[in-house]
Design a binder for this molecule. Structure first.
Ligand code: BGC
Ligand code: NOJ
Length: 813
């Protein structure tokens, strides 16, 4: 069952009924100013940081779900009937409804009582504001008198404080209204120099800035008193809950259209120019007013929207494919790339499952997100690597998270997630393979943001690798610390206290529990760093790193192999985890994928992948482990806290599936790799939306596993490393268009039934138009490559950097 359809031509998903199984959302903004918007206009906006600079309020855990957003009410003056063209919050029956989620914009349109309204929401590139561009059309054959009300609820900046510190917050709300513009300026009188504004292109009849004045006592957003009575009170009192409401009247002749533009934005004034006239407490509007005036004009709005479209053309043009599978094409060309941008921007901070206050930018998360993003805007990837490196500790360890506004490591979560450092080597390698910009290695970066501690980035990477060598356990495998990639395998926590954090509580000395996942990551990181060193002509150092990697391979052979698959870990008592000797949790996915990717041993890898097919693969994807834990184990931690089939305890944890796809591709099983790809591919699951329930255009973190009653149900959509890794799996390993230090490498691994495919890839200053043919029906292997008509020996394409398009013909065989 579907709740909409893909419009690939326009790069949109079109939702055709408002009551989707869950709110199906989109993101507005690509840098600095962001918003989440659901298919019924729910959601909120923030500047840089969803916790510390929340502009509008949103209540998670609300009922009905997704109440609060960017709302408009239309009211028919004659009948007194009112409704929301976005369905929420009034939920009135609509004659028709569509929501088009596109690249950085959402358009919601509906008809009610012969009044058609369409609202396009977007953030102009480079601006710290959002536009609601509404067109109302009278489809009836008589003149219609209408009122329109806009409505937003302001957040008092710090979203956590806003939802908890009521004894203060109900006293501090302040707003100003001037020339129809509502300015939200809570705390501006003291230490803040920023404010939110909400403006509208129509002359207004009245406004509200107080929630209760708008709603009326004991009422909700679905029937505000002001809308019902068609009468605003121009409320401007201090405290309580600030809102922004404009009221305007429209008179529309039959067939007449009216366009009204709303601008909601964020602005910072210089500290010494906060007030104007000087000496007053009046907000200085001199700098912001021209911005507001500009974007209230249709021409500027149209131009900004074209800029947005062009920006996305540019991003997506980097890699376009034409294969035999429409889901592959759609995901690679549009939605997967788009999700990679969103995860890069927001890490795991703000979605409909991440409240924006819990987690900032994850260290391992951001490094992995970069793998799917780096080709789009390499400069931003560069900056991100440097920001992450600046939160590294001198020991080589890393703060597990940092706050995007301050770029400081988060003390509450701290460090000791022993996989973290390795990911930074992999992300830097990805940046180098894309750009060849070695200057990043010389960039001076501090540790823990402490001035005076700067060293070149290269040394940060060396410390990343050394960190694992400094933290080795009894079997010679890396110590796990608080957790490795699997945040819920908490082998040193031993928590018996309700509510205690599994990730930050430590009741053991941490000197025993070991991880084969970190071992595999170490091998990958050490070998990547060796490549980098070799590239820098530091042969000896490269050789030493390779020796360390080889030694770890031996250790895995000795202590990390269970006979038919790779072990997952050793617990505090040196008992095996992920072994056939275990009663539950006999086999885990992570070590099968990562040890294969690390090139530990081909024969072992073959067996391990066979075991994955046998024990972990399901129709809805590959589950994380099997069988799931049925009870809580003190020595395992959070993983055993989840009911079987959920989250880390045996769901299809989608992030890990591409590791298995890549592994299958490495071993040459193209059919199997694509099969796994399609099982979790959102577009391929659209037809079962009533089971999947999350958005069919983006990946979710989990799909309930076979042990769950809701087998196949997705949760935690949008912000997941699944986006980047699936992008890497399909583009670099299945289609096999893989950036490498020396250039773009061609190494497809496809189903034998594919006759070929085409790729256009922008890379290091040139465009490659690659046509792959598969006359012999193989999965892997290359017989010949021609570049611009001339045969080349190597599967790595020459770097041109000439701004030209180059024709590449690849014959598999
Ligand atoms: C989740 C993990 C997540 C961790 C972050 C856990 O509750 O299951 O997926 O990584 O929280 O703190
Ligand atoms: C989500 C977290 O953001 C990520 O860092 C972690 O690797 C996975 N959960 C698995 O626990």
């Amino acid at each position: 069952m579907q709740f909409g359809y893909f419009d690939d031509q326009n790069r949109e998903y079109v939702i055709t009924q408002p009551d989707t199984p869950l709110p199906w959302i989109n993101y507005l903004g690509a840098q600095d100013y962001f918003g989440l918007i659901s298919n019924t206009a729910g959601g909120y906006s923030f500047y840089q940081d969803a916790r510390l600079r929340r502009l509008t309020r949103y209540r998670y855990n609300n009922v009905p779900t997704d109440m609060g957003g960017r709302y408009i009410y239309l009211r028919d003056t004659e009948s007194g009937e009112f409704w929301s063209p976005t369905w929420m919050p009034t939920r009135s029956e609509l004659e028709d409804y569509t929501c088009r989620h596109g690249m950085g914009y959402t358009v919601i349109a509906s008809t009610k009582a012969d009044i058609h309204a369409e609202i396009r929401y977007f953030v102009p590139p480079g601006q710290t504001l959002e536009i609601w561009d509404m067109t109302v059309t009278n489809k009836s054959d008589r003149v219609r008198e209408l009122s329109a009300f806009s409505c937003i609820e302001f957040c008092l900046w710090d979203a956590l404080d806003d939802s908890s510190n009521f004894q203060r917050n109900l006293n501090i709300g302040e707003a100003e209204v001037e020339d129809g513009v509502i300015y939200h300026k809570t705390e501006y009188r003291e230490r803040r120099n920023h404010f939110t504004y909400f403006a509208c292109s129509e002359p207004i009849l009245g406004f509200e800035t107080q929630r209760e004045a708008f709603l009326g006592p004991y009422r909700g957003w679905e029937n505000p008193q002001v809308v019902e009575n068609d009468q605003t009170s121009n409320s401007l009192q201090v405290g309580w809950s600030p809102v922004g409401v404009h009221h305007m009247r429209l008179s529309l002749a039959p067939g007449e259209k009216k366009r009204i533009i709303f601008v909601l934005g964020y602005h910072e004034n210089p500290i010494d120019e906060k007030f104007f006239p000087p000496g007053t407490q009046t907000l200085n509007k001199n700098k912001v007013r021209p911005i507001i005036d500009k974007f209230l004009k249709p021409d500027a709005v149209d131009a900004a929207f074209s800029d947005l479209e062009e920006m996305w053309d540019e991003f997506l043009e980097v890699m376009q494919v034409d294969t035999a599978n429409p889901h592959v094409n759609r995901m690679v060309n549009i939605w997967n790339a788009y999700q990679c941008m969103v995860t890069f921007n927001l890490s795991r901070s703000a979605s409909y499952f991440e409240s924006g206050i819990g987690r900032g930018m994850g260290f391992r998360d951001s490094n992995q997100d970069l793998l799917g993003f780096v080709q789009m805007v390499p400069d931003r990837a560069r900056q991100r690597i440097l920001d992450l490196a600046a939160t590294q500790l001198e020991s080589g360890g890393a703060y597990h998270q940092y706050q995007p506004l301050t770029k400081r490591g988060n003390d509450a979560v701290g460090s000791n997630f022993n996989d973290d450092p390795a990911w930074m080597v992999l992300s830097t390698a990805a940046y180098l393979k894309e750009t060849a910009d070695c200057s990043i290695l010389d960039a001076l970066v501090p540790y823990e943001n402490k001035p005076g501690t700067e060293t070149p980035l290269l040394e940060h990477l060396e410390r990343c690798v050394q960190y694992t060598l400094d933290n080795i356990g009894p079997h010679g495998l890396p110590l796990i610390g608080r957790a490795d990639w699997n945040d819920c395998l908490n082998l040193n926590t031993f928590s018996a206290t309700p509510g205690e954090s599994f990730q930050t509580t430590t009741n053991q000395d941490g000197k025993n529990a070991e991880s084969t996942v970190i071992a595999a990551l170490f091998i990958m990181a050490a070998r990547e760093l060796a490549h980098i060193k070799r590239y820098l002509k530091k042969e000896d150092e490269a050789a030493k790193l390779e020796k360390d990697a080889d030694a770890m391979v031996c250790t895995i052979h000795k202590y990390g192999w269970d006979g038919d698959w790779f072990l997952r870990a050793y617990d505090h008592f040196s008992e095996k985890i992920g072994s056939k000797t275990c009663a539950e949790g006999k086999i885990f996915i992570e070590s099968q994928g990562l040890c294969t990717m690390a090139g530990v041993d081909e024969e072992m890898a073959k067996k391990a992948l066979e075991a994955v097919r046998q024990h972990l693969a399901t129709e809805h994807g590959v589950v994380l482990l099997d069988p799931p834990y049925t009870s809580y184990h003190l020595q395992l931690g959070e993983i055993s806290s989840y009911p079987p089939g959920y989250k880390e305890n045996g769901s299809v944890f989608c992030h890990t599936n591409p590791w298995v796809m890549i592994s299958e591709a490495i071993l040459g099983y193209g059919e199997q790799a694509l099969d796994y790809y399609l099982r979790i591919c959102p577009s391929n699951r659209e037809a079962i939306s009533e089971i999947h329930r999350c958005e069919p255009y983006v990946y979710a973190q989990t799909i309930a596993g076979k042990a769950s009653d809701h087998f196949g149900e997705a949760k935690n959509s949008w912000l997941t490393g699944t986006a980047a890794w699936n992008y890497v799996a399909i583009t670099q390993w299945i289609l096999g268009i893989r950036p490498d230090y020396a250039g773009l490498r061609i190494d497809p691994c496809i189903p034998p039934s594919w006759e070929g495919f085409e790729v256009t890839r922008r890379y290091r200053g040139a465009t490659y138009h690659i046509q792959v043919s598969n006359p012999g029906g193989v999965s892997k292997g290359i017989r010949a490559i021609n570049v611009d008509g001339k045969p080349v020996e190597d599967a790595t394409l020459p770097v041109f950097n000439d701004g030209e398009i180059h024709q590449v013909e690849v014959v598999m065989g």
